[in-house]
Ligand binder design. Sequence first.
Ligand code: SF4
Length: 339
Amino acid sequence: MIVDRFQRPLGSLRVSVTDRCNLRCRYCMPEQEYVWLPKESILTFEEISRLVSVFTSLGVEKVRLTGGEPLLRHDLPTLTRMLAANSGIRDLALTTNGLLLAKQADALKQAGLGRVTVSLDTLRPDRMRELARTDRHADVIAGIEAARMAGFPLKLNTVVIRGVNDDELVDVIGFARIHQAEVRFIEYMDVGGATGWSAEQVVSQREIIEVLSARYGPITPVTTGDLSAPAERFRMPDGVTFGIVASTTAPFCRSCDRSRLTADGTWFLCLYAERGTDFREPLRHGATDAALADLIASTWRGRTDRGAEARLGLVTRTPLYQVDGLRADPHREMHTRGG
Ligand code: SF4
């Protein structure tokens, strides 16, 4: 097992397969124009699969496919099948906005995908138009239903923003119950891309629990033993469970075993990291698996990142980057880094 300077193991890898997205959520992609990764820089399925094998040889057991919107990548089931054949992966998951999920859920299941997380910030189509600039709310719901029918364990990610969707907490729990899914409420984060972020708009874990307790009664923490999981889980009196990712008000960097590979092969050790390590050049210029493994291991051993904790320590907190800073390097965008 490889550990970083704070004894955190290299356990989980988020693999972004594209920086493109078919939504424009205001907490992630609020601008009209973006700088995209050059097409020729995007890793092939063979390159991704090989790199992931090197990661799993070093102890990574959890792999999550992300984007952008990963279902925009042509023929994702083929990559899924290649990764599912890697016996080192214990947990192969996908995070999607759901728009294209209804068409692909069965193929992904057959390819060996283990579980699915769908972003669902609102149950109201008019609100989704405002929040994500799309009229396709019904497609998301159809995607959730198709994933359930395909037999996936299902989670719903809901980013909670004050004055936008914080009046839907109870409704989202009710929706998830009907669709046999578990909700993850996510605090609004000041990551790259969230140029409109302000502390006032953050609905904290404490407030979320207060709202749900007022409706459902006492809520108790669930102990899972998985200290690296980003969400803290809770149980309501009727047995329904949900999670909260409190990255903004109660960060969990001390147990973070996650890193992120962008679609062009840049490896980031933290969602907030200023710089990443390029794997595309070594991959395309004959690096052996042993050389790639050495680069991964030595980089991880030097890791000291505690991005969200550092942000919490700031006296005045504003968006991480303004538009100019994001345009200067698209790797700073959450939709490129795979949130
Ligand atoms: S801020 Fe960085 S170190 Fe902290 S939990 Fe997120 S990815 Fe991990």
